[in-house]
Design a protein. Structure first.
Length: 394
């Protein structure tokens, strides 16, 4: 069984009764790899290294200044929590590769990476027991950004959603409108982007459709049930269903113009305020990790799966499944990044647009606070004007 990545996470919305309890295990033993002590050279067609003249307050192609290094070391141990095991997914593989290749060490950061689950991470980061974590999406982060949590998104890998709604054409479905009166099988709740997609097509969530709660995470078993549609991750379940030869159609929220996000990494306001250079250089190192993961996907998945195996593979992930996952997600990340912009730079306008669309669709019962919940400048500051990463090469 290949458990869908962060599926419970996507189901989280602000409407009462739709909040799904996290099933992640925060007690998973820490898995980390030996870090290289020497700066790594740039590799990857999508992120080039800047000329020696490029600098950002102490970081340039020639290295990191002693003053900035000292400031970063004052942050002490920095803990990053993954969103779903060490899956080869955006928002996770960035940090995994950065750790393996010593990029955090290059930035004078002492970073520990831990396997976790997105919905288990929010209270830990809010309490500064961990400093960074992967979110299922920006909307999920907003759901937990309450009661003084003060969470801040600092990386925004996927500028569109990674979920889709599969349907059975043989059941008379040709358009979204045909889902009226049909049965959708869900794991907890329908993802917010799909609620908005249906609303745009004039189909009211639950009022016009039937929903049944599915047991387990096996899409092959689910597809045999008397359901008409199934929410999935484009980077997971389709790959499994394709091996069975079944025929399915796809309703993609991204193609329907529904804004969404994935591969979001966040921190808390306290850490960001007290250690701004450490926060920025954490982002910088993960951008280098992402560049490598996109340029050399096989290597990235090998690194991820090594950690998954070392942790006991409690989520029954497979090497083939992770290669499929990263093949799909890396393409979506690259394709959704605006030309000339660094991968993962936060787009605040896009994030606020998500809230507007979901509020209109009834995903939110009241408009959540967005002010101060993302930082665009932090990520922009690690890239030169031409979109190349400012990174030491010597």
């Amino acid at each position: 069984m290949n458990r869908p990545l962060r599926y419970a996470a996507l189901a989280l919305v602000a409407l009462p009764g739709m909040l799904l309890t996290a099933c992640g295990d925060d007690s998973t033993p820490t898995a980390s790899s030996p870090a290289s002590s020497s700066p790594a050279s740039s590799s990857g067609a999508t992120v080039a290294t800047t000329a020696p003249s490029a600098t950002t307050a102490g970081v340039s192609a020639s290295g990191i200044s002693p003053e900035r290094c000292a400031a970063n070391r004052k942050a002490g141990k920095i803990t990053y929590l993954s969103g779903f095991d060490f899956a080869a997914a955006a928002g996770i593989v960035d940090a995994v590769v950065a750790k393996e290749k010593g990029y955090f060490t290059t930035m004078c950061l002492d970073v520990e990476i831990r396997s976790s689950f997105s919905t288990a991470n929010y209270p830990l980061v809010a309490a500064n027991q961990a400093q960074f974590a992967s979110a299922g999406s920006y909307v999920e982060m907003l759901t937990f950004n309450k009661d003084g949590a003060d969470l801040v998104a600092v990386v925004h890998d996927g500028k569109v959603g990674v979920d889709a709604l599969l349907y059975k054409p043989e059941n008379g479905i040709k358009s979204l409108a045909d889902l009226k009166g049909k049965t959708i099988g869900v794991k907890g709740a329908l993802p917010p982007s799909q609620v908005a997609m249906l609303a745009k097509a004039g189909v009211k969530h639950k009022a016009d459709t039937k929903e049944v709660i599915l047991d387990g995470f096996d899409p092959k078993a689910h597809w045999k049930l008397p359901i008409d549609a199934l929410p999935v991750y484009k980077s997971n379940e389709p790959g499994q269903l394709d091996t069975t030869g079944v025929t399915y159609g796809v309703f993609d929220p991204a193609k329907e113009g529904i804004p969404a996000s994935f591969g979001v990494i966040y921190t808390n306001r306290k850490f960001l305020t007290e250690h701004p250079t450490a926060a920025q250089d954490f982002v910088r190192a993960t951008r280098k990790g992402m560049a490598d993961a996109i340029a050399n996907p096989d290597e990235a998945v090998t690194i991820s799966f090594k950690l998954i195996t070392a942790g006991g593979n409690k989520n029954f992930l497979s090497d083939a499944g992770e290669r499929y996952r990263w093949k799909v997600e890396s393409k979506i990340v690259a394709d959704s990044t605006p030309k000339g912009q660094g991968v993962g730079v936060v787009d605040g306008t896009d994030l606020v647009k998500q809230v507007d669309v979901y509020l209109a669709a009834g995903v939110f019962s009241a408009r959540p606070k967005t002010d101060g919940t993302f930082d665009e400048a932090l990520g922009k500051g690690v890239f030169a004007p031409d979109g190349s990463l400012i990174w030491p090469t010597s």
